[in-house]
Design a protein around this ligand. Structure first.
Ligand code: PFF
Length: 453
């Protein structure tokens, strides 16, 4: 039996967990979804979803992981042997694969854009030009797949290096760098003439667009953003030391994650408005609008490369945590060495993930293939973000609220009585027993059409 890894420092715990939360979600999904659904109004709904649903799930997952020192499946096997609870863990492994299928593809585009920006591809480009370049990339049958493989190689090397020497060491170096690069981009965007429109857009609420389906989108995003509902935080929680303050760490991660999303929004929207573009360009915002907007600034190419570098960093630290879910399972439960677990998992992702890259554009190789009316890309995203993660989230909070044992919960939340947070325990119990499950269930049933809000 090999000894399991652990994060060695509290700073490492924070950077690794935040590294999982911060990702393409902040820079790609959050801005375009906010752009589409009413700016600040959407952000308010999103914040409520974080506070009442995804943050409680995050705390619950870390508690279960640290308590059991186990991967997402093993944790439930230890706590409730011969029960159906480990299914949560298996569903989590499925989600992590589904997300990796499309996430590695988008990350590949991001990696390739760093080099394109540096090479001057976007100098003085119009939207037609950046649009054509993006289409050219995603309709190509080879280049997106090569980039996807490059991304997988980078992530694999870090995972094989181990929990402390790989995940912790890399995130400790990269997360501070990410903040510095983001601040740089913010300063540039906010000092552009006309930037205030973008700031207003981000902070002025338009509640008329908030309907039932927007609620589901906010909830799905809140889960995706904090990497919860699928065992990632159980896995990382199992690497937390006994002295780490779980609720405080989770709150710090959730707040910092929101700060990063806002900072990304502040780097993007002021520039978009300053140059007279529309904020609701959809997923293309990052790859079509941004390159064009940045190319209009002095030294725009360098800044664009910086922007894509920070996006690549965010995506990479998030993918590390995604890949760690199946790897930890294979290592713990099947006794495999890390390298073997990593090679098998990445192999599956590379094979099936290519269907996501190739279906990303209607004109792409698999663009016309639809399953349940969705392309492969959208299908993987939809099943993981809108179905498996909310379902996983409900069962995890129900498990911790009702079946984990109040005393066990108290031991984990207070570090065996060392932290004085008795009131918090009671509030947390009410939230996990009633508020989160009901909220997630309502939004979920509405989304799949069983209930109409
Ligand atoms: N939280 C990441 C993001 O916002 O991009 C995505 C993610 C990472 C989701 C890890 C789930 C996960 F387990």
């Amino acid at each position: 039996m090999q000894t399991r890894g652990k994060f060695a420092t509290s700073f490492g715990v924070l950077t690794a967990t935040l590294g999982s939360a911060v990702g393409l979600g902040n820079i790609w999904k959050f801005p375009y979804i906010t752009g589409k659904f009413g700016g600040a109004a959407f952000i308010i709904v999103y914040l409520i979803c974080v506070a009442l649903a995804s943050l409680p799930v995050m705390i619950s997952e870390i508690v279960v992981g640290r308590r059991t020192n186990s991967n997402a499946v093993g944790a439930f096997k230890k706590l409730k042997p011969y029960s159906a609870w480990p299914l949560i863990g298996y569903a989590g492994i499925a989600s992590s694969f589904l997300i990796m299928f499309f996430y590695t593809g988008v990350a590949g585009w991001v990696y390739s854009y760093i080099f394109r920006a540096l090479g001057g591809t976007f100098v003085n480009a119009t939207s037609d030009v950046t649009g054509t370049i993006f289409k050219g990339l995603i309709t190509d049958s080879l280049s997106p797949i090569i980039w996807q493989v490059v991304v997988l190689l980078v992530v694999s090397v870090i995972i094989i290096a181990g929990v402390e020497k790989g995940i912790e060491r890399i995130t400790k170096a990269l997360m501070p760098l990410l903040f510095i690069l983001l601040i740089l981009c913010d300063i540039r965007a906010l000092t552009l003439p006309g930037a205030s429109m973008g700031v207003k857009f981000l902070f002025n609420p338009d509640f008329t667009v908030i309907k039932g389906d927007v609620l589901l989108i906010a909830l799905g995003l809140a889960f995706f953003k904090l990497s919860v509902g699928m065992g990632t935080m159980i896995t990382y929680g199992s690497y937390f030391g006994k002295q780490e303050n779980i609720p405080a760490t989770a709150v710090k991660v959730a707040l910092s994650d929101i700060v990063v999303s806002m900072m990304a929004g502040l780097a993007i929207f002021p520039a978009v408005f300053a140059f007279g573009f529309k904020p609701d360009a959809g997923p293309g915002l990052l790859f079509i609008t941004i390159p064009m907007v940045f190319s209009k600034m002095p030294m725009g190419n360098v800044l664009l490369a910086v922007f894509f570098l920070l996006t690549a960093i965010a995506a990479t630290t998030a993918m590390i945590s995604l890949l760690e879910v199946p790897v930890a399972y294979l290592v713990d439960e099947k006794g495999w060495p890390r390298w073997k677990a990593t090679v098998l998992s990445t192999g599956i992702i590379a094979l099936i993930g290519s269907t996501a890259s190739l279906s990303a554009d209607p004109a792409g190789v698999l663009g016309a293939t639809k399953i349940f009316g969705k392309t492969f890309f959208d299908l993987y995203d939809y099943i993981s973000s809108n179905i498996l993660m909310p379902l996983g989230g409900i069962f995890i909070v129900i498990f911790v609220g009702w079946f984990f044992g109040k005393r066990n919960l108290q031991m984990e939340l207070s570090n065996r009585g060392r932290l004085k947070n008795g009131v918090f325990l009671n509030v947390f119990l009410i939230i996990t027993r009633f508020v989160s499950p009901v909220l997630i269930a309502l939004v979920f049933l509405n989304a799949i059409g069983i209930l109409k809000i």
